[in-house]
Design a protein around this ligand. Sequence first.
Ligand SMILES: CC(C)(COP(=O)(O)OP(=O)(O)OC[C@H]1O[C@@H](n2cnc3c(N)ncnc32)[C@H](O)[C@@H]1OP(=O)(O)O)[C@@H](O)C(=O)NCCC(=O)NCCS
Length: 179
Amino acid sequence: MNNTDQVSATIPDWSREVPERGEWQPGRELMRTIRGYEKARAQGGLSSLLISRLWVLAHRFWSSVAGTDIPINTEIGGGLAMPHPNGIVIHADAKIGPNCLLFQQVTLGGNEHGAPTLIGHVDVGAGAKILGKVTIGAHAKIGANSVVLSDVPEGATAVGIPAKIILPKGDQERVREDG
Ligand SMILES: CC(C)(COP(=O)(O)OP(=O)(O)OC[C@H]1O[C@@H](n2cnc3c(N)ncnc32)[C@H](O)[C@@H]1OP(=O)(O)O)[C@@H](O)C(=O)NCCC(=O)NCCS
């Protein structure tokens, strides 16, 4: 989990989600079904409708192989990485920006107010839960097994239950100067 600023929070790196030949990558196979479905739906017409139904079947297959619950029409920016997709659950109203990374057992869960938004290049550690209508800023990191119930600023790290926010170094110094 290396959140260097070399990874863009706005420009998708599609290579992060394309399956590599000969590799066992159920997370990437699952993303391929979501992209295939999106493409078929965008084209419109009867044949595209039939093709989109085939992608739905493929999505169900890879969802059951990977043990994920990610609705096929979730708003997901390009470059979503799920190296170990087991147990990932995403609410249908969640929004995921470009180049995010979700480790195993992550939940992006909704409540009566809404569902989380990950702005872009957010890395979410194994077992973390992000719950409700919260916004996770660009380049933020969420610690393994944390439970996030409030917004996380850009570049910050959130750890623990409920998660406490660790600001990026520059911001910490600014807070100290302001007293
Ligand atoms: C959150 C994380 C990215 C922080 O890494 P980091 O930026 O190097 O930060 P540090 O390790 O210096 O930790 C900063 C503080 O947060 C605490 N912390 C780190 N991870 C934590 C976690 N998951 N839960 C609770 N506290 C955590 C540290 O104890 C430290 O506290 P302190 O300042 O009081 O000593 C990392 O610890 C993490 O959880 N990564 C998830 C990786 C993962 O899930 N991998 C799965 C691979 S299969």
